[in-house]
Design a protein around this ligand. Structure first.
Ligand code: BES
Ligand code: ZN
Length: 457
Protein backbone atom coordinates (compact mmCIF):
# COMPACT_ATOMS: atom_id res chain seq x y z
CA UNK A 1 0.00 0.00 0.00
CA UNK A 2 1.65 3.13 -1.20
CA UNK A 3 -0.75 6.01 -1.82
CA UNK A 4 1.51 7.63 -4.41
CA UNK A 5 1.84 4.46 -6.49
CA UNK A 6 -1.88 3.73 -6.07
CA UNK A 7 -2.73 7.20 -7.30
CA UNK A 8 -0.49 6.77 -10.33
CA UNK A 9 -2.22 3.50 -11.19
CA UNK A 10 -5.71 4.87 -10.68
CA UNK A 11 -5.15 7.92 -12.85
CA UNK A 12 -3.25 6.26 -15.69
CA UNK A 13 -5.97 6.79 -18.31
CA UNK A 14 -6.13 10.51 -17.57
CA UNK A 15 -2.33 10.82 -17.66
CA UNK A 16 -2.34 9.27 -21.12
CA UNK A 17 -5.03 11.62 -22.32
CA UNK A 18 -3.08 14.60 -20.94
CA UNK A 19 0.01 13.43 -22.78
CA UNK A 20 -2.15 13.32 -25.92
CA UNK A 21 -3.17 16.96 -25.29
CA UNK A 22 0.48 17.92 -24.80
CA UNK A 23 1.75 16.31 -28.01
CA UNK A 24 -0.98 17.97 -30.08
CA UNK A 25 1.02 21.21 -29.98
CA UNK A 26 3.31 21.36 -33.01
CA UNK A 27 6.11 22.88 -30.93
CA UNK A 28 8.83 22.73 -33.57
CA UNK A 29 11.52 25.10 -32.32
CA UNK A 30 13.50 25.08 -35.57
CA UNK A 31 10.64 26.40 -37.73
CA UNK A 32 9.65 30.08 -37.38
CA UNK A 33 6.07 29.39 -38.49
CA UNK A 34 5.53 27.53 -35.21
CA UNK A 35 6.36 30.43 -32.90
CA UNK A 36 2.73 30.79 -31.79
CA UNK A 37 2.46 27.04 -31.21
CA UNK A 38 5.61 27.17 -29.07
CA UNK A 39 4.09 29.80 -26.83
CA UNK A 40 0.75 27.96 -26.65
CA UNK A 41 2.54 24.76 -25.69
CA UNK A 42 4.51 26.51 -22.94
CA UNK A 43 1.26 28.07 -21.65
CA UNK A 44 -0.43 24.67 -21.60
CA UNK A 45 2.40 23.17 -19.59
CA UNK A 46 2.50 26.01 -17.06
CA UNK A 47 -1.27 25.81 -16.66
CA UNK A 48 -1.05 22.05 -16.19
CA UNK A 49 1.65 22.46 -13.54
CA UNK A 50 -0.54 24.98 -11.69
CA UNK A 51 -3.51 22.64 -11.84
CA UNK A 52 -1.60 19.92 -10.04
CA UNK A 53 -0.44 22.27 -7.31
CA UNK A 54 2.85 23.81 -8.42
CA UNK A 55 3.58 27.46 -8.96
CA UNK A 56 4.53 27.96 -12.58
CA UNK A 57 5.61 30.70 -14.91
CA UNK A 58 6.31 31.02 -18.60
CA UNK A 59 9.56 32.99 -18.64
CA UNK A 60 10.68 34.88 -21.73
CA UNK A 61 14.19 34.47 -23.14
CA UNK A 62 15.81 35.87 -26.27
CA UNK A 63 14.39 32.77 -27.99
CA UNK A 64 11.52 30.48 -27.05
CA UNK A 65 10.21 30.77 -23.47
CA UNK A 66 11.18 28.51 -20.57
CA UNK A 67 8.58 27.05 -18.22
CA UNK A 68 9.69 27.11 -14.58
CA UNK A 69 7.57 25.38 -11.93
CA UNK A 70 8.17 24.89 -8.23
CA UNK A 71 6.63 22.48 -5.75
CA UNK A 72 5.09 24.29 -2.75
CA UNK A 73 7.88 25.49 -0.47
CA UNK A 74 7.81 24.77 3.25
CA UNK A 75 8.94 27.26 5.81
CA UNK A 76 11.84 26.30 8.03
CA UNK A 77 15.18 24.71 7.34
CA UNK A 78 16.46 24.38 3.80
CA UNK A 79 15.48 21.06 2.34
CA UNK A 80 17.30 19.20 -0.41
CA UNK A 81 16.37 20.77 -3.73
CA UNK A 82 16.49 19.10 -7.12
CA UNK A 83 15.95 20.41 -10.62
CA UNK A 84 14.06 18.34 -13.16
CA UNK A 85 14.88 19.41 -16.70
CA UNK A 86 12.97 18.67 -19.89
CA UNK A 87 12.15 20.26 -23.22
CA UNK A 88 8.78 20.94 -24.81
CA UNK A 89 10.25 21.64 -28.23
CA UNK A 90 10.33 18.86 -30.79
CA UNK A 91 12.22 18.04 -33.97
CA UNK A 92 10.65 18.92 -37.33
CA UNK A 93 8.22 16.16 -38.32
CA UNK A 94 9.18 16.03 -42.02
CA UNK A 95 8.93 13.97 -44.18
CA UNK A 96 5.17 13.89 -43.52
CA UNK A 97 4.44 11.15 -46.06
CA UNK A 98 6.33 8.59 -43.98
CA UNK A 99 4.06 8.99 -40.96
CA UNK A 100 1.34 6.37 -40.59
CA UNK A 101 -0.84 9.00 -38.90
CA UNK A 102 -0.32 12.79 -38.72
CA UNK A 103 2.57 13.67 -36.36
CA UNK A 104 0.53 16.00 -34.16
CA UNK A 105 -2.59 13.84 -33.96
CA UNK A 106 -1.70 11.30 -31.28
CA UNK A 107 -2.60 7.69 -32.05
CA UNK A 108 -2.54 4.85 -29.55
CA UNK A 109 -1.81 1.38 -30.82
CA UNK A 110 -1.37 -1.32 -28.21
CA UNK A 111 0.94 0.16 -25.60
CA UNK A 112 2.46 2.77 -27.91
CA UNK A 113 1.50 6.41 -28.25
CA UNK A 114 2.55 7.74 -31.65
CA UNK A 115 3.23 11.47 -32.10
CA UNK A 116 6.16 13.81 -32.65
CA UNK A 117 7.55 14.65 -29.22
CA UNK A 118 5.93 11.65 -27.50
CA UNK A 119 9.23 10.27 -26.20
CA UNK A 120 11.54 13.19 -27.08
CA UNK A 121 10.72 14.65 -24.69
CA UNK A 122 7.13 15.42 -23.65
CA UNK A 123 6.21 11.98 -22.29
CA UNK A 124 9.42 11.66 -20.33
CA UNK A 125 9.18 14.86 -18.30
CA UNK A 126 5.41 14.58 -17.98
CA UNK A 127 5.99 11.26 -16.16
CA UNK A 128 7.94 13.20 -13.50
CA UNK A 129 5.21 15.83 -13.21
CA UNK A 130 2.63 13.06 -12.79
CA UNK A 131 4.64 11.58 -9.93
CA UNK A 132 4.74 14.97 -8.23
CA UNK A 133 0.99 15.33 -8.77
CA UNK A 134 0.53 11.99 -6.98
CA UNK A 135 2.52 13.25 -3.98
CA UNK A 136 0.62 16.53 -3.82
CA UNK A 137 -2.87 15.13 -4.37
CA UNK A 138 -2.49 12.29 -1.87
CA UNK A 139 -1.06 14.62 0.76
CA UNK A 140 2.16 12.62 0.86
CA UNK A 141 5.06 14.78 1.90
CA UNK A 142 7.74 15.22 -0.74
CA UNK A 143 11.07 14.88 1.06
CA UNK A 144 12.62 17.69 -0.98
CA UNK A 145 11.87 20.80 -3.01
CA UNK A 146 11.62 20.38 -6.75
CA UNK A 147 11.99 22.87 -9.56
CA UNK A 148 10.99 21.94 -13.09
CA UNK A 149 12.76 23.73 -15.92
CA UNK A 150 11.23 22.82 -19.27
CA UNK A 151 12.75 24.73 -22.15
CA UNK A 152 11.79 25.28 -25.76
CA UNK A 153 15.16 25.25 -27.50
CA UNK A 154 16.85 21.96 -26.73
CA UNK A 155 16.49 20.66 -30.26
CA UNK A 156 18.16 23.79 -31.62
CA UNK A 157 21.10 23.88 -29.22
CA UNK A 158 19.72 25.52 -26.01
CA UNK A 159 21.50 28.75 -26.88
CA UNK A 160 19.52 30.97 -24.49
CA UNK A 161 19.17 28.72 -21.48
CA UNK A 162 22.65 29.21 -20.00
CA UNK A 163 22.08 32.99 -19.76
CA UNK A 164 18.68 32.30 -18.18
CA UNK A 165 20.27 30.01 -15.56
CA UNK A 166 22.88 32.67 -14.80
CA UNK A 167 20.22 35.34 -14.30
CA UNK A 168 18.10 33.14 -12.04
CA UNK A 169 20.92 31.36 -10.22
CA UNK A 170 19.45 32.05 -6.80
CA UNK A 171 16.20 30.31 -7.76
CA UNK A 172 18.19 27.26 -8.86
CA UNK A 173 20.27 26.55 -5.74
CA UNK A 174 19.87 22.82 -6.30
CA UNK A 175 21.75 19.72 -5.17
CA UNK A 176 21.49 17.84 -8.45
CA UNK A 177 19.68 17.81 -11.76
CA UNK A 178 17.54 14.93 -13.00
CA UNK A 179 16.79 14.45 -16.69
CA UNK A 180 14.75 11.80 -18.41
CA UNK A 181 15.66 12.52 -22.03
CA UNK A 182 17.92 9.62 -22.93
CA UNK A 183 17.26 6.00 -23.79
CA UNK A 184 17.23 2.46 -22.50
CA UNK A 185 19.29 -0.18 -24.34
CA UNK A 186 16.25 -2.48 -24.60
CA UNK A 187 12.72 -2.91 -23.28
CA UNK A 188 12.78 -3.84 -19.58
CA UNK A 189 16.41 -2.84 -19.29
CA UNK A 190 16.55 0.42 -17.33
CA UNK A 191 19.75 2.42 -17.52
CA UNK A 192 21.64 5.18 -15.82
CA UNK A 193 23.43 7.15 -18.53
CA UNK A 194 26.68 8.59 -17.21
CA UNK A 195 28.08 10.07 -20.42
CA UNK A 196 26.73 11.93 -23.43
CA UNK A 197 28.47 13.00 -26.58
CA UNK A 198 28.84 16.68 -27.39
CA UNK A 199 28.50 18.21 -30.80
CA UNK A 200 29.45 21.05 -33.06
CA UNK A 201 27.57 22.07 -36.19
CA UNK A 202 28.81 23.66 -39.43
CA UNK A 203 27.14 24.76 -42.64
CA UNK A 204 29.29 24.55 -45.72
CA UNK A 205 28.41 26.30 -48.97
CA UNK A 206 30.23 26.18 -52.29
CA UNK A 207 29.30 28.80 -54.86
CA UNK A 208 30.16 28.54 -58.54
CA UNK A 209 28.50 30.42 -61.40
CA UNK A 210 26.30 33.44 -60.71
CA UNK A 211 23.19 31.44 -61.77
CA UNK A 212 22.18 27.89 -62.70
CA UNK A 213 23.58 27.27 -66.19
CA UNK A 214 22.61 25.04 -69.10
CA UNK A 215 24.79 21.97 -68.55
CA UNK A 216 24.92 21.25 -72.29
CA UNK A 217 26.01 24.70 -73.32
CA UNK A 218 28.44 25.42 -70.47
CA UNK A 219 29.01 22.10 -68.65
CA UNK A 220 32.60 20.90 -68.91
CA UNK A 221 34.10 24.37 -68.92
CA UNK A 222 33.54 25.19 -65.26
CA UNK A 223 33.43 23.30 -61.99
CA UNK A 224 30.15 21.87 -60.78
CA UNK A 225 29.63 23.03 -57.15
CA UNK A 226 27.63 19.89 -56.29
CA UNK A 227 30.41 17.64 -57.55
CA UNK A 228 33.06 19.77 -55.87
CA UNK A 229 31.14 19.53 -52.58
CA UNK A 230 30.87 15.74 -52.83
CA UNK A 231 34.60 15.47 -53.49
CA UNK A 232 35.42 17.87 -50.69
CA UNK A 233 33.26 16.15 -48.10
CA UNK A 234 34.40 12.74 -49.30
CA UNK A 235 37.91 13.58 -48.17
CA UNK A 236 36.80 14.12 -44.58
CA UNK A 237 36.53 10.38 -43.87
CA UNK A 238 39.14 7.70 -44.52
CA UNK A 239 38.64 4.06 -45.44
CA UNK A 240 38.96 2.98 -41.82
CA UNK A 241 35.92 5.04 -40.84
CA UNK A 242 38.06 7.67 -39.15
CA UNK A 243 37.56 11.40 -39.48
CA UNK A 244 40.34 12.63 -41.76
CA UNK A 245 40.90 16.01 -40.16
CA UNK A 246 44.35 16.62 -38.65
CA UNK A 247 44.11 17.04 -34.87
CA UNK A 248 40.52 15.73 -34.66
CA UNK A 249 41.37 12.92 -32.24
CA UNK A 250 44.09 14.77 -30.26
CA UNK A 251 42.08 15.32 -27.08
CA UNK A 252 39.98 12.15 -27.08
CA UNK A 253 40.11 10.31 -23.77
CA UNK A 254 40.48 6.59 -24.27
CA UNK A 255 37.75 4.28 -23.09
CA UNK A 256 38.88 2.46 -19.96
CA UNK A 257 38.82 -1.35 -19.85
CA UNK A 258 35.99 -1.07 -17.27
CA UNK A 259 33.92 0.99 -19.68
CA UNK A 260 34.57 -1.31 -22.60
CA UNK A 261 33.44 -4.17 -20.41
CA UNK A 262 30.24 -2.35 -19.44
CA UNK A 263 29.43 -1.59 -23.08
CA UNK A 264 30.23 -5.18 -24.10
CA UNK A 265 27.61 -6.43 -21.62
CA UNK A 266 24.81 -4.59 -23.40
CA UNK A 267 22.54 -6.65 -25.61
CA UNK A 268 23.67 -6.67 -29.24
CA UNK A 269 22.83 -8.83 -32.21
CA UNK A 270 24.48 -7.65 -35.39
CA UNK A 271 21.91 -9.07 -37.80
CA UNK A 272 18.96 -7.76 -35.82
CA UNK A 273 20.62 -4.36 -35.46
CA UNK A 274 21.41 -4.19 -39.17
CA UNK A 275 17.82 -5.09 -40.05
CA UNK A 276 16.45 -2.60 -37.54
CA UNK A 277 18.49 0.17 -39.16
CA UNK A 278 17.56 -1.02 -42.65
CA UNK A 279 21.14 -1.01 -43.98
CA UNK A 280 22.75 -3.70 -46.15
CA UNK A 281 25.85 -3.70 -43.97
CA UNK A 282 27.11 -1.90 -40.89
CA UNK A 283 29.93 0.62 -41.11
CA UNK A 284 32.01 2.29 -38.44
CA UNK A 285 35.42 3.18 -37.14
CA UNK A 286 37.62 0.11 -37.21
CA UNK A 287 38.70 -1.34 -33.88
CA UNK A 288 35.51 -0.45 -32.00
CA UNK A 289 32.25 -2.29 -31.38
CA UNK A 290 28.97 -0.80 -32.58
CA UNK A 291 28.08 0.32 -29.03
CA UNK A 292 31.47 2.00 -28.70
CA UNK A 293 31.13 3.64 -32.11
CA UNK A 294 27.70 5.10 -31.38
CA UNK A 295 28.18 6.06 -27.76
CA UNK A 296 31.79 6.85 -27.07
CA UNK A 297 33.68 7.69 -30.29
CA UNK A 298 33.61 11.00 -32.12
CA UNK A 299 32.13 11.22 -35.60
CA UNK A 300 31.56 13.59 -38.50
CA UNK A 301 28.15 13.30 -40.14
CA UNK A 302 26.51 14.98 -43.10
CA UNK A 303 23.00 15.84 -41.90
CA UNK A 304 21.77 17.35 -45.14
CA UNK A 305 22.91 18.11 -48.68
CA UNK A 306 21.25 20.63 -50.95
CA UNK A 307 22.01 21.60 -54.50
CA UNK A 308 20.49 22.03 -57.94
CA UNK A 309 17.13 20.83 -59.07
CA UNK A 310 15.19 18.69 -56.56
CA UNK A 311 11.79 18.58 -58.25
CA UNK A 312 10.22 15.89 -60.37
CA UNK A 313 11.78 14.86 -63.66
CA UNK A 314 15.10 16.22 -64.83
CA UNK A 315 16.60 19.63 -65.34
CA UNK A 316 19.92 19.82 -67.12
CA UNK A 317 21.89 22.43 -65.23
CA UNK A 318 25.19 23.14 -63.57
CA UNK A 319 23.88 24.42 -60.24
CA UNK A 320 25.03 27.80 -58.98
CA UNK A 321 25.76 26.49 -55.52
CA UNK A 322 25.77 23.45 -53.24
CA UNK A 323 25.54 23.31 -49.47
CA UNK A 324 25.78 20.81 -46.65
CA UNK A 325 24.92 20.73 -42.98
CA UNK A 326 27.49 18.88 -40.90
CA UNK A 327 27.67 17.90 -37.26
CA UNK A 328 30.59 16.41 -35.43
CA UNK A 329 29.67 14.34 -32.36
CA UNK A 330 32.29 14.77 -29.69
CA UNK A 331 33.46 12.84 -26.68
CA UNK A 332 34.65 14.10 -23.29
CA UNK A 333 37.61 16.49 -23.42
CA UNK A 334 37.12 17.50 -27.07
CA UNK A 335 36.51 21.25 -27.34
CA UNK A 336 33.60 21.93 -29.74
CA UNK A 337 35.03 25.29 -30.90
CA UNK A 338 38.46 23.80 -31.58
CA UNK A 339 36.94 20.96 -33.57
CA UNK A 340 34.84 23.41 -35.61
CA UNK A 341 38.03 25.37 -36.31
CA UNK A 342 39.98 22.27 -37.36
CA UNK A 343 37.28 21.08 -39.73
CA UNK A 344 36.92 24.58 -41.21
CA UNK A 345 40.67 24.81 -41.75
CA UNK A 346 40.71 21.42 -43.44
CA UNK A 347 37.85 22.41 -45.75
CA UNK A 348 39.74 25.57 -46.71
CA UNK A 349 42.89 23.58 -47.46
CA UNK A 350 41.02 21.08 -49.62
CA UNK A 351 38.68 23.45 -51.45
CA UNK A 352 39.60 23.80 -55.13
CA UNK A 353 40.07 27.32 -56.55
CA UNK A 354 37.19 26.75 -58.99
CA UNK A 355 34.49 27.47 -56.39
CA UNK A 356 34.06 29.84 -53.42
CA UNK A 357 33.82 28.34 -49.96
CA UNK A 358 31.77 29.70 -47.08
CA UNK A 359 31.65 27.96 -43.68
CA UNK A 360 29.25 29.04 -40.96
CA UNK A 361 29.55 27.75 -37.42
CA UNK A 362 26.32 26.60 -35.77
CA UNK A 363 25.39 25.54 -32.25
CA UNK A 364 27.60 23.36 -30.12
CA UNK A 365 27.63 21.36 -26.91
CA UNK A 366 30.36 19.81 -24.83
CA UNK A 367 30.30 16.12 -24.04
CA UNK A 368 29.37 15.08 -20.50
CA UNK A 369 30.82 12.48 -18.18
CA UNK A 370 29.75 11.83 -14.62
CA UNK A 371 30.91 9.27 -12.07
CA UNK A 372 28.49 6.32 -11.96
CA UNK A 373 29.79 5.41 -8.51
CA UNK A 374 28.73 8.66 -6.77
CA UNK A 375 26.13 8.38 -3.97
CA UNK A 376 23.57 10.17 -6.16
CA UNK A 377 24.17 7.73 -9.01
CA UNK A 378 23.80 4.79 -6.64
CA UNK A 379 20.53 6.24 -5.33
CA UNK A 380 19.26 6.65 -8.89
CA UNK A 381 20.18 3.04 -9.66
CA UNK A 382 18.15 1.87 -6.66
CA UNK A 383 15.15 3.94 -7.81
CA UNK A 384 15.43 2.49 -11.33
CA UNK A 385 15.53 -1.01 -9.88
CA UNK A 386 12.37 -0.38 -7.85
CA UNK A 387 10.48 1.36 -10.67
CA UNK A 388 11.24 -1.23 -13.35
CA UNK A 389 11.68 -4.31 -11.18
CA UNK A 390 14.90 -5.00 -13.14
CA UNK A 391 18.53 -4.43 -12.45
CA UNK A 392 19.65 -1.29 -14.28
CA UNK A 393 22.78 -1.03 -16.43
CA UNK A 394 25.30 1.76 -16.83
CA UNK A 395 25.27 3.40 -20.22
CA UNK A 396 27.17 5.91 -22.29
CA UNK A 397 25.08 7.47 -25.00
CA UNK A 398 25.75 9.12 -28.29
CA UNK A 399 23.11 11.86 -28.22
CA UNK A 400 23.65 15.31 -26.74
CA UNK A 401 21.83 17.47 -24.22
CA UNK A 402 23.64 20.77 -24.55
CA UNK A 403 22.64 22.23 -21.18
CA UNK A 404 24.07 19.50 -18.92
CA UNK A 405 27.59 20.93 -18.91
CA UNK A 406 26.12 24.35 -18.11
CA UNK A 407 24.30 22.89 -15.11
CA UNK A 408 27.74 21.84 -13.90
CA UNK A 409 29.45 25.14 -14.75
CA UNK A 410 26.72 27.55 -13.65
CA UNK A 411 24.94 25.71 -10.84
CA UNK A 412 27.90 23.52 -9.82
CA UNK A 413 25.91 20.29 -9.87
CA UNK A 414 25.88 16.97 -11.65
CA UNK A 415 23.06 15.59 -13.73
CA UNK A 416 21.48 12.17 -13.42
CA UNK A 417 20.33 10.91 -16.80
CA UNK A 418 17.47 8.44 -16.38
CA UNK A 419 16.11 7.85 -19.84
CA UNK A 420 12.82 6.20 -20.74
CA UNK A 421 13.04 6.03 -24.54
CA UNK A 422 13.35 2.72 -26.36
CA UNK A 423 15.67 2.16 -29.32
CA UNK A 424 12.64 1.75 -31.60
CA UNK A 425 10.80 4.84 -30.31
CA UNK A 426 11.87 6.67 -33.50
CA UNK A 427 13.13 9.84 -31.86
CA UNK A 428 13.80 12.41 -34.62
CA UNK A 429 12.35 9.95 -37.19
CA UNK A 430 8.88 9.52 -38.68
CA UNK A 431 6.43 7.60 -36.44
CA UNK A 432 7.96 8.67 -33.16
CA UNK A 433 6.27 6.95 -30.26
CA UNK A 434 6.45 6.54 -26.50
CA UNK A 435 5.96 3.22 -24.82
CA UNK A 436 3.11 3.53 -22.33
CA UNK A 437 4.66 0.92 -20.03
CA UNK A 438 7.74 3.12 -19.88
CA UNK A 439 5.49 6.10 -19.24
CA UNK A 440 4.07 4.37 -16.16
CA UNK A 441 7.50 3.06 -15.11
CA UNK A 442 8.76 6.64 -15.47
CA UNK A 443 6.02 7.81 -13.12
CA UNK A 444 7.03 5.14 -10.59
CA UNK A 445 10.62 6.27 -11.02
CA UNK A 446 9.51 9.83 -10.25
CA UNK A 447 7.80 8.47 -7.15
CA UNK A 448 10.76 6.43 -5.79
CA UNK A 449 13.61 8.70 -6.77
CA UNK A 450 13.21 11.60 -4.35
CA UNK A 451 13.37 9.62 -1.07
CA UNK A 452 16.42 7.72 -2.40
CA UNK A 453 18.20 10.89 -3.49
CA UNK A 454 17.45 12.73 -0.28
CA UNK A 455 18.86 9.82 1.71
CA UNK A 456 22.01 9.76 -0.41
CA UNK A 457 22.81 13.46 -0.86
N1 BES B 1 16.80 13.41 -26.25
C1 BES B 1 17.84 13.82 -27.10
C2 BES B 1 19.22 13.49 -26.60
C3 BES B 1 19.57 12.04 -26.46
C4 BES B 1 18.86 11.05 -27.12
C5 BES B 1 20.59 11.69 -25.66
C6 BES B 1 19.22 9.72 -26.95
C7 BES B 1 20.96 10.37 -25.53
C8 BES B 1 20.25 9.40 -26.17
C9 BES B 1 17.76 15.31 -27.35
O1 BES B 1 16.46 15.77 -27.51
C10 BES B 1 18.46 15.61 -28.64
O2 BES B 1 18.02 15.14 -29.66
N2 BES B 1 19.49 16.41 -28.60
C11 BES B 1 20.10 16.89 -29.78
C12 BES B 1 20.92 18.09 -29.38
C13 BES B 1 21.40 18.93 -30.50
C14 BES B 1 20.30 19.45 -31.35
C15 BES B 1 22.24 20.05 -29.96
C16 BES B 1 20.95 15.81 -30.42
O3 BES B 1 21.56 14.99 -29.73
O4 BES B 1 20.99 15.78 -31.66
ZN1 ZN C 1 15.84 15.24 -29.56
Amino acid sequence: MNPVLDYLRQHEARFISELCDYVRFPSVSAQPQHQVDMRACADWLAQHARQIGLTAEVCPTAGHPVVVAHTPRQTGARRPHFLVYGHYDVQPPEPFELWKSPPFEPRIEGRSLFARGACDNKGQHLAHLNAVEAYLKTGTELPCDLTFVVEGEEEVGSSNLAAFLQQHRAEFDVDAVVISDTGMPARNLPALTYALRGLTALEVKLTGPSRDLHSGIFGGSLDNPAMALCQLLGQLRDRHGRVAVPGFYDDVVKLTPFERKQLARLPFNETAYRKFLGVPRLFGEEGYTAWEQRAARPTLEINGLTSGYQGEGSKTIVPAWASAKLTMRLVPNQDPRRIARLVTQRLKQLCPPTVRLEVKAGHDAEAYLFSPTSPAAQAALRALQTAFGREPVLLREGGSIPIVTDFKKILGVDTLLLGLALPDDNAHSPNEKFDLDNFTAGMRLGACLWPELVAAC
